[in-house]
Write a protein that binds this ligand. Sequence first.
Ligand SMILES: NC(=O)c1ccc[n+]([C@@H]2O[C@H](COP(=O)([O-])OP(=O)(O)OC[C@H]3O[C@@H](n4cnc5c(N)ncnc54)[C@H](OP(=O)(O)O)[C@@H]3O)[C@@H](O)[C@H]2O)c1
Length: 296
Amino acid sequence: MSDRPIMVTGGEGQLASALVAAAHRPLLRLGRPDFDFDRPETIAAVFHAANPALVVNAAAYTAVDAAENDVDAAFRANRDGPAILARLCAAHDVPLIHVSTDYVFDGAKGAPYHEGDPVCPQGVYGVSKLAGEDAVLASGARAAIVRTSWVYSATGKNFVRTMLTLGKSRDRLTVVADQRGCPTAAPDLASAILAMADRMEQGWRQEYAGVFHAAGSGETTWHGLACAVFEAAAERGMTPPRVDPIATADWPTPARRPADSRLDCAKLERVFGVRLPAWRDSVARTVAVLLAGAEA
Ligand SMILES: NC(=O)c1ccc[n+]([C@@H]2O[C@H](COP(=O)([O-])OP(=O)(O)OC[C@H]3O[C@@H](n4cnc5c(N)ncnc54)[C@H](OP(=O)(O)O)[C@@H]3O)[C@@H](O)[C@H]2O)c1
């Protein structure tokens, strides 16, 4: 294995932080202001200084609703910056793992999505991420696109942390129950990506190129996820709030979201031998970490 580092973009983000925590070899985490897709000149400068063996791009404009009114910034971070990074990887023959999203789909399939299913993003975030996928695939880099979904961790801004915080101060919550997907713990995704990186460094194979789905095993709704959070919290002594199901129509947001963005992750297992843990187990682990942190 190379003693050159894996370069991880995404600074203090959920996935970048989880990659740092899970890494068993030198890993160079880069974030703003040093590495900034809004300042394209930083991309090549940082890339050359890092001299990476492999790049994981976990940096992205991830504010789904804000993107609706911040189109240029979303495209700079999700399409233009990744395009530059991918061209650098191509020019220097460095493998790239680029992270993308289930929001490239419209959610109308009614079954878990395969990598080759037609895409049809519903909002600016999804459109910009899809454009990023296309740019990476067109760059000529040895690149794997990893589409994931509903990412949470014990740090950062995410649904699981929001639920726990709200649950401490309210005795009743309402949560959308008609959007289905696969919750994904950032540490599980980080382990999967590092396993992919290991395989790539052992010797590149053409089957490593292209799109892969990587999400927690199983499926639920946002309401189901909230209930799982509070079940795990109740086991650790928290008095849970009542969690009532509501419809998407009762919770209007600036960006439309896919109603059913479940991802079929069989290809990841077939090609890389990687399967993410059951989502409910990972939620329980995360809640345990969060509640232990709150007690400390
Ligand atoms: N979160 C989810 O539910 C979810 C779902 C599906 C897919 N994904 C994908 O998974 C990947 C990782 O997401 P995450 O949850 O770790 O996101 P995150 O916690 O929001 O972290 C994103 C990171 O990207 C950085 N970033 C934003 N704009 C940038 C720019 N212009 N230049 C350089 N860095 C920039 C942010 O930096 P600052 O800290 O400086 O803002 C942040 O550190 C992303 O590709 C995302 O699209 C996430």
